[in-house]
Design a binder for this molecule. Structure first.
Ligand code: PLP
Length: 380
């Protein structure tokens, strides 16, 4: 039987053709295609400004730096995420302070963040886990109360909204990933949206060594000296990446709807499985990005054995995530123990992510569910 992949990207011939056009031109790095992408991406998100970068990690790093976060500062974030959320904080010299998540959603809760604020706290870095947005209105109230900045890890949620708020609307910046498993991709890539043109100009300098002219203006005009005006990094998106992304933006909402329908089917087919738990579905009026669909296996079964079996039976799956506080670096650096963040730990021990992408067919969802049921019941 044909394998059901965990993920398939959605690059079309037209996307590849546009990237080909760029590659056949003389100019490959940050130039007109990036500018076009930024304009369209900002419009999609309803945000005044977008900046093309090389990763979401780089985007979060720059966004925190722009807010003046550095050594001696603390930034509150979640243990139920990919390590990049915390390493972006570490890259600034600040310390990530982990706060346990809501057992129903896996999201940071404003009241828990409020309780964790210390005299050193400068920022909050929420993650819109699996596509569901954190409560940005609640987090913005906590931030206002304590004078904190918010930077959003929106790697899982380009398309969502909650309480009529979209990523980037109530924060200093929202950061996105175009890694291959994300809802649009250019291999590796990222972007951020922010609200002010002066900030976008700072990001455009900071992504390119802090020098006064970017490569395209250096190439298309006659040579002129450039200056390094500020400290900068090397995070500039190039025109090949931008060409791959440009037209994927038009397909985001249709794909999001398809993933929502597939998730609903999963929920229906898995509703009665004994011991299996699902995180709560998005609430009314909420639009989730439906980036990942995860299940929590019965406590009695060994999750890793089930994963092995499911894969042997021809179904791709993954774990998003083992809580970051149990990973070696964080354990050894901060002395964390599993029970320090019990909810994130439990989710991290029980969770499996199942295939979820627009090309997945209904009969494949049914086969994934049958495979999972068989694997679980053989291990009960
Ligand atoms: C929640 C989350 N944050 C950050 C990242 C990092 O994104 P990138 O690989 O673009 O730096 C990822 C990527 O997998 C992610 O899932």
């Amino acid at each position: 039987m044909e394998k059901i992949e965990f993920f398939k990207h959605n690059l079309t011939e037209a996307d590849l053709d546009l990237a080909n056009q760029v590659m056949r031109s003389i100019f490959l790095t940050t130039g007109p295609m990036v500018a076009q992408f930024e304009k369209k991406f900002a419009q999609y998100l309803g945000s005044p400004e977008a900046v093309g970068l090389t990763s979401c990690t780089g985007a979060m790093h720059l966004a925190l730096l722009k807010q003046g976060i550095g050594p001696g500062d603390e930034v509150i974030t979640t243990p139920m995420t990919f390590v990049a959320t915390a390493t972006a904080i570490l890259e600034t010299g600040a310390t990530p302070v982990l706060v346990d998540v809501c057992p129903k959603s896996g999201l940071l809760l404003p009241e828990a963040v409020d309780a964790a604020v210390s005299s050193k706290t400068r920022g909050i870095l929420p993650v819109h886990l699996y596509g569901r947005m954190a409560d940005m209105r609640g987090l913005a109230r906590v931030a206002a109360k304590h004078g904190l900045v918010i930077v959003e890890d929106a790697a899982h949620c380009l398309e969502g909204s909650r309480d009529q708020v979209r990523p980037g609307e109530l924060s200093a910046a929202a950061c996105f990933s175009f890694y291959p498993t994300k809802s649009m991709t250019c291999g590796e890539g990222g972007a951020l949206v922010c609200r002010f043109p002066e900030e976008a100009a700072w990001y455009r300098a900071a992504r390119h060594h802090g020098i006064s002219k970017n490569a395209s203006s250096r190439y298309t005009k006659k040579y002129e000296h450039w200056d390094m005006e500020m400290m900068g990094w090397k995070y500039n998106m190039d025109d090949i990446q931008a060409a791959l992304l440009l037209n994927q933006i038009d397909r985001l909402d249709g794909y999001r709807q398809r993933r929502q329908d597939l998730e609903n089917l999963y929920r229906e087919l898995l509703a009665e499985v004994e011991g299996l738990d699902l995180l709560e579905a998005p609430g009314p009026g909420e639009v989730s990005g439906h980036h990942l669909f995860t299940v929590l296996l019965p406590n009695k079964v060994d999750r890793d054995e089930v994963i092995k079996l499911v894969q042997e039976m021809g179904v791709g799956c993954a774990v998003n995530y083992r809580a970051i506080h149990v990973l070696r670096y964080f354990r050894e650096t901060y002395g964390y123990r599993p029970g320090d963040f019990p909810v994130a730990y439990e989710i991290g021990q029980r969770t499996i992510s199942l295939p979820l992408y627009p090309q997945l067919r209904e009969e494949e969802v049914a086969r994934v569910c049958e495979t999972l049921k068989q694997a679980v019941s053989s291990r009960l």
